[in-house]
Design a binder for this molecule. Structure first.
Ligand code: AMP
Ligand code: GLY
Length: 431
């Protein structure tokens, strides 16, 4: 099987590493890729947001499967173009990608499908926002309706900040605050049926203890020893299957990864958000533990025949990922800082280094984005994987390096940042 992975980040590198372990995957390509991806795949130049360009590349390479990493290309219609060229694509059509592309649309689908989620109000005027904030109560949750790379959401006890964010966004969704630890569940979907991957948790805020602004994610681990053992089954029955049925009813069959972001509240799991691709870095530990072949799974999903392959299986033990971010992240990022120690870190037992915002300049590895690298380790349990990940991460350095020191630390499963809702300033920094 020949596979082309579209994207540049840690998610795409982690996917490629897992695909490379599948004996059926005989050729692996990535576009545009990054220096980490270059070690496992042949890189090609393409604009991931250009549907015709991606389809032409896939046709020229003669691949059997295209795996689209990020949401923006999917919302732009890359999967439609690839499928239109007669090639299987893992990633939803433009119509189905609206589940992430519009918060208002995803809330509407959840309501129609009876999916448990926060009460919400779609608002376009300051008066509507003020009324919705009064109805929802504090802490206030205000979400930009449009794609905002995980940065369009403000959670705050400060009403003025909530109003200001709404005014800056235009159309927003105001939501009831969901109180409970957050979980990421990834469902591999073929349009009508789905298999869950093992649940994971990521750490969204930049600073230890869940303080500071939201980021794309500063670390993650899997499995979740504290979560109910039937969590995945419950979410498949109450969230994923009803959503697939509702999307099919609308003629927008969902093929790809449905990323269910959940809060485990006292009343049970509630959906915080849907995304239409794997989460990064949340999926990194999950893929490190995947035992069954990834290529076969994604191809079966893309071809609408998931039932032909067995459900994914995971090895025992745990995996932890620690993100190393550049100076200024998440407000900005620093480029061109020389990175050392990556080879040494990756040589440690059970460890690999996942590239996100890196570049090669004159044969030297340098920073090229907000989240630069992720150090990922597997171990006997979460504590063991965590100590391996941090020991390896200690070997990597670059000027201005930022990382959290409490990724996957005890106590696990607590509510991140709930008691420290610091003012959040929306930013235009990279992922
Ligand atoms: P989203 O982009 O919807 O994932 O939101 C980003 C982050 O904001 C989530 O990971 C949560 O930490 C927080 N958040 C979003 N919606 C809610 C909610 N209704 N209640 C509590 N926290 C929320
Ligand atoms: N880690 C959060 C995301 O991928 O959206």
């Amino acid at each position: 099987m020949r596979v082309l992975v579209i994207g540049t980040g840690g998610r795409e590198h982690a996917l490629a590493l897992a695909l490379a372990r599948d004996p059926e995957v005989t050729e692996l390509h990535a576009a545009p890729g990054n220096p980490g991806l270059a070690d496992v795949a042949t890189l090609h130049d393409v604009d991931p947001g250009d549907p015709a360009g991606v389809a032409a590349l896939a046709t020229r390479l003669g691949v059997d499967l295209v795996v689209v990493g990020a949401e923006a290309p999917l919302v732009a219609g890359v999967a439609d173009a690839v499928v239109g060229a007669g090639i299987a694509c893992f990633g939803p059509s433009r119509a189905a990608a609206r589940l992430e592309g519009s918060k208002a649309f995803s809330k509407e689908v959840m309501a129609a499908a009876g999916v448990p989620t926060a009460r919400s109000w779609v608002c376009t005027t300051p008066t509507e926002v003020a009324e919705a904030l009064a109805a929802a109560g504090s802490p206030y949750v205000v979400k930009d309706d449009a794609l905002a790379a995980g940065k369009g959401v403000v959670v705050t006890t400060d009403r003025d900040e909530a109003l200001a964010h709404a005014a800056a966004c235009g159309r927003v969704v105001v939501e009831e605050f969901l109180d409970g630890p957050e979980v990421s569940l990834f469902a591999v979907c073929d349009g009508t049926t789905a298999y869950p991957l093992q649940p994971a948790q990521d750490f969204k805020r930049i600073f230890d203890g869940g303080r500071g602004p939201n980021t794309g994610g500063m670390g993650s681990y899997s499995p979740l020893p504290w979560a109910p053992p039937d969590l995945a089954a419950t979410v498949m029955a109450t969230v994923v299957q009803p959503t697939l049925d509702e999307m099919a009813r609308r003629g927008a069959h969902f093929r790809g990864c449905l990323y269910v972001g959940l809060a485990l509240t006292d009343d049970g799991p509630r959906v915080i958000e849907f995304n239409v691709r794997f989460g990064d870095p949340d999926v990194q530990p999950v893929l490190a533990l995947l035992d069954s072949p990834l290529g076969e799974l994604l191809l079966a999903a893309a071809e609408g025949r998931l039932g032909d392959v067995p459900p994914p299986t995971f090895r025992a033990g745990a995996a932890v990922t620690v993100v190393l971010a550049s100076a200024g992240y998440p407000e900005s990022s620093s480029k061109g800082d020389v990175i050392t120690g990556v080879t040494e870190a990756g040589a440690r037992d059970g460890v690999d280094v996942v590239h996100a915002g890196t570049a090669l300049v004159e044969d030297r590895l340098v920073t090229a984005g907000g989240r630069v690298l992720a150090v990922r380790a597997v171990g006997a349990d979460v504590a063991d994987a965590r100590s391996r990940a941090y020991a390896a991460a200690d070997l990597v350095s670059f000027p201005g390096l930022q990382r959290r020191s409490d990724i996957a630390a005890e106590p696990l499963g607590v509510v991140e940042g709930a008691s420290v809702l610091t003012p959040h300033h929306p930013s235009s920094g990279d992922l």
